[in-house]
Design a binder for this molecule. Structure first.
Ligand SMILES: Cc1cc2nc3c(=O)[nH]c(=O)nc-3n(C[C@H](O)[C@H](O)[C@H](O)COP(=O)(O)O)c2cc1C
Length: 143
């Protein structure tokens, strides 16, 4: 059964200071708990002090979660890159996938990392604006 009213967005932002492994771990724990509750899935990229995040889910819940994200004082300068209705989820298996190129904020298993890396490599012929943005950020940021 397709889910009705699915919406998605991508934003970029900058961390107010470099976040440690523990801080990222806590952020992800809280984000995943809340995302599960609200039916939100997505991916968070964190490279060189900058974030790009993609979130998807029922439109009303997406608005609630995005409001919570915007209020978080650990980051600033949020710019909405894309917002679009979607037919189906692209990160349905992840309450919040996470990927970084920075050793000090590495969180997650190697197999999880490889899987997310493959998704960021733009596999399909007709990628969404969100996919293109994620790919660009991943490709151009960091080393
Ligand atoms: C870059 C970034 C991404 C975030 N992503 C999410 C998210 O996907 N879902 C969510 O509920 N909160 C998200 N947050 C908010 C934090 O998880 C949360 O507000 C923070 O850890 C404070 O936790 P608290 O809710 O216990 O006060 C994000 C915050 C930042 C800075």
């Amino acid at each position: 059964m397709p889910e009705p009213d699915l919406d998605s967005l991508v934003y970029v932002s900058s961390a107010v200071r470099l976040l440690s492994f523990d801080e990222i771990t806590y952020l992800l724990k809280r984000a995943r708990e809340r995302n599960k509750e609200y039916g939100i899935t997505g991916v968070l990229l964190y490279i060189g002090g900058n974030f790009m995040q993609y979130i998807e889910g029922p439109k009303n819940n997406l608005d609630i979660i995005y409001k919570i994200i915007r209020k978080d004082e650990q980051h600033t300068g949020l710019i909405l890159v894309s917002r679009e209705a979607i037919e189906g989820r692209q990160f349905g298996d992840w309450s919040m996938a996470y990927q970084t190129k920075d050793v000090e904020s590495y969180v997650g298993s190697p197999s999880e990392r490889r899987l997310i890396e493959m998704i960021l490599e733009l596999p399909n012929d007709n990628p969404s604006a969100a996919r293109i943005a994620l790919h660009g950020f991943w490709d151009r940021s960091g080393s």
